[in-house]
Design a binder for this molecule. Structure first.
Ligand SMILES: NC(=O)c1ccc[n+]([C@@H]2O[C@H](COP(=O)([O-])OP(=O)(O)OC[C@H]3O[C@@H](n4cnc5c(N)ncnc54)[C@H](O)[C@@H]3O)[C@@H](O)[C@H]2O)c1
Length: 440
């Protein structure tokens, strides 16, 4: 039963939340942190974003965004209203009432939680009773209570008693036109019931809709749910990539198969073959789960197999291009290849773990000259080699022996190239068929 002191504290906090009389802090102003900080400022909270990168802070304070989902005009409006300020970390000054941790969690041979640790230590230095801490960085189940909580408690305060602590996984979908921070539901789990309530209220106010925030029993449930979401994608993409390879052997168009299966109104979700998932999430997040599973002597075999299958797609596409060209009597070595798309998915300027770059690398290593076309990614250097970015509307079709579509793009128009007889290998199923187009 909550004591009266805690009820008073909760009521005061809720009142300050509804009058926007609370300061919001966001540690890490990258792909996830900056949109969240902007949402908090747009919701009317005085918001401070803390980032290690002092140059980035200066740039943001000038109103120049580095994230395509945040426009300069949005940023400038919050700056003009004096609601958003980027502050060079590590110090958290001014001290926020509610702080979100949005720092990276890369995976090398094992989870790298150094950024999470350093952010938690910064919070511990300024922690005071009544503060609400919400971790968002993707990690294995147990990270909030095993890593973040003990670091925060070095302050002498207790999580769930003196301050609230919760985990809410980020669900941002960079580059998506339909789903954004204001319409994507979020789950949240605190170390105590009160922690969940206080953190969920803050997150709901920032998102602009409390109904978007769905409480779960614990931080571990929320952490595991994030990894389930991304493992589900990894495994299903791996499956469809494997079946696309089989369908090719059998002379069956996998697209037609997927469309046929998708007529079933229940129990089936369509996934499409491609170069393999990239970005910071799908290739890496399941590895967090696999790593943690090993401490329970548990082998997450499906995750391992799917990751391997997806990894292999770049080489498979390379071989298919090689075969397509040799069927046409052209050797790949010495040929001129134009790759469409360099990012890890359509319409984003992010090449992290982009498997398109691996295909370009394999093609270049076989002796081809490899140019690419991507309006959002202006420079690409792979293995010390800089590739030329080509404008499709002005490029001369006669300069190319083959086009390889790696990432779909809206309104992709290769008609001039097709009319000039340039063959296309379409690994993204971006084009309708035709005698010159071969699909993955
Ligand atoms: N990018 C996505 O699409 C996405 C989606 C869902 C979840 N996530 C997860 O969100 C987390 C953050 O990812 P991101 O893509 O926003 O990272 P990012 O690399 O885009 O940005 C992180 C920022 O944090 C800063 N930083 C690092 N340590 C810091 C510290 N101790 N104090 C202050 N600033 C610090 C860096 O300078 C950088 O600007 C990761 O766990 C990631 O897996 C990312």
């Amino acid at each position: 039963m909550p004591d009266t002191r805690s009820i008073d504290r909760t009521q005061e906090y809720m009142a300050r939340l509804s009058t926007r009389n609370l300061v919001i802090g966001v540690i890490g102003l990258g792909y996830t942190g900056l949109p969240l900080a902007l949402a908090a400022a747009q919701a009317g909270f005085t918001t401070f974003g803390y980032d290690h990168d002092a140059e980035l802070c200066a740039q943001l304070n000038r109103g120049v965004s580095h994230i395509s989902d945040v426009t300069n005009s949005e940023l400038r409006a919050t700056r003009a209203a004096d609601l958003f300020t980027a502050v060079p970390a590590p110090g958290l000054s001014p001290v926020p009432d509610v702080v979100f941790l949005c720092v990276p969690t890369p995976f090398g041979q094992m989870p790298d939680l150094s950024y999470v640790r350093s952010a938690a230590r910064s919070v511990a230095k300024v922690l005071r009773p009544g503060m609400v801490v919400i971790a968002q960085s993707t990690s294995y189940p147990g990270t909030t209570t095993e890593i973040v909580q003990p670091l925060l408690e070095e302050s002498g305060l207790r999580a769930g008693q003196d301050f609230a602590l919760a985990f809410s996984p980020e669900r941002i979908d960079p580059g998506s036109s339909g789903w954004n921070i204001h319409n994507t539901p979020r789950i949240i789990g605190g170390v105590s019931e009160e922690s969940t309530t206080l953190a969920a209220a803050a997150l709901g106010a920032v998102l602009g809709d409390p109904a978007l925030v769905l409480p779960v029993r614990s931080p571990a449930v929320a952490e595991f749910a994030k990894l389930l979401e991304n493992s589900y994608r990894l495994v299903n993409i791996g499956l469809i990539n494997e079946l696309a390879m089989l369908a090719h052997e059998m002379g069956i168009d996998i697209r037609e198969v997927i469309d046929a299966a998708a007529t079933k109104p229940y129990g089936f979700q369509a996934f499409y073959p491609g170069v393999g998932p990239g970005g910071a999430c799908i290739p890496e997040d399941p590895l967090y789960l696999a790593w943690k599973a090993r401490s329970y002597e548990f082998d997450t075999r499906l995750i391992g197999l799917a990751a391997e299958q997806n990894q292999g797609m770049a080489r498979y596409i390379f071989v298919r291009v090689l075969e397509m060209m040799s069927k046409r009597g052209t050797a790949l070595g010495g040929s001129r290849v134009l790759c469409i798309g360099a990012g890890h998915k359509p319409d984003i300027a992010d090449t992290r773990h982009s498997r398109s770059l691996r295909v370009m690398e394999l093609l270049a290593k076989s002796g081809a000259r490899v140019d690419y076309s991507d309006a959002l990614i202006t420079t690409v250097e792979v293995d010390g080699h800089e590739h030329k970015n080509v404008d499709l509307s002005t490029a001369n079709p006669a300069d190319f022996d083959v086009i390889v579509v790696l990432v779909a793009r809206e309104n992709l128009d290769l008609s001039r190239f097709l009319a000039a007889g340039v063959p296309v290998f379409d690994a993204a199923h971006a084009l309708a068929g035709g005698t010159q187009v071969e699909h993955l």
